[in-house]
Design a protein around this ligand. Sequence first.
Ligand code: ATP
Ligand code: MP5
Length: 267
Amino acid sequence: MKKVLTIAGSDSCGGAGIQADLKTFSAHLVYGMSVVTSVTAQNTQGVFGALDMPRDFIELQIKVVFEDIKVDAVKIGMLSSSEIIKTVSQSLKKYGAINVVLDPVMISKSGFKLLKYEAIETLIQDLIPVCTIITPNIHEASLLADMEIKNINEMKEACQRIHKLGAKNVLVKGGHLDDDAIDVLFDGKEFYYFKGQRINTINTHGTGCTLSSAIASNLALGYPVPDAIKNSKEYIQRAIENSFSIGHGVGPVDHLYAFRGGKQNEK
Ligand SMILES: Nc1ncnc2c1ncn2[C@@H]1O[C@H](COP(=O)(O)OP(=O)(O)OP(=O)(O)O)[C@@H](O)[C@H]1O
Ligand SMILES: Cc1ncc(COP(=O)(O)O)c(N)n1
């Protein structure tokens, strides 16, 4: 059994963060483990608070997992401060982590800041070089690449700029543009395009968390980066197709039916 670790924040309503990651791991039949960086009070209507774990306790969680268990892939989500980013990057270097997928979470769909603005420079300096792939959305990519992104050509340009920052593979996600949901990968040599039909739903809480965890699962299972993304894009497409309402706001994507391609009968 492959073993995959998420280092991310907890989402009390279960749609994003650690909870989405663990559900995605199970759907891919890999064993999921978690290091909690922050606990958020969150529902489908928004994020109402976030409490960071002390950095030495984040370090301890990573240490005890790596010292005991062979970790086949790591997904990184919410890291709210420079201190936490440094702690995670130093630990990953120390334990020689492989197949590291960085989802540079900055702002929740509901508009809550999950990363302090001044920590972006630390993310670039300390964490990007440790990762196998970074998966920014349009907003995150424009901050990292320092440019506006409105179309595929600008997504490609942003990929190249972020690659120059030291990222081995860059996947800029087009979920926030109009038309089809096209994601662009640059591996330093070639561009790859992953096209998904846009699904007209408000229930997209946790799409980015789910995609990055699916990529980590596929890397752990031995797929090369482009194939890992192709499989993950199919997974997120089915997960959004089967997304559903659970509260009064933005509902979660589905993990129970997405992997096997089935449809949910009862919502
Ligand atoms: N309405 C949609 N229909 C189809 N695919 C979508 C839709 N919205 C997002 N996606 C896809 O979902 C994946 C996640 O992309 P998105 O841009 O939503 O990431 P994100 O903003 O980081 O997510 P999150 O807000 O959860 O952090 C991408 O593959 C994107 O193309
Ligand atoms: C703990 C945590 N991590 C990540 C997200 C981003 O997900 P979304 O953009 O769908 O709100 C979130 N809301 N909460």
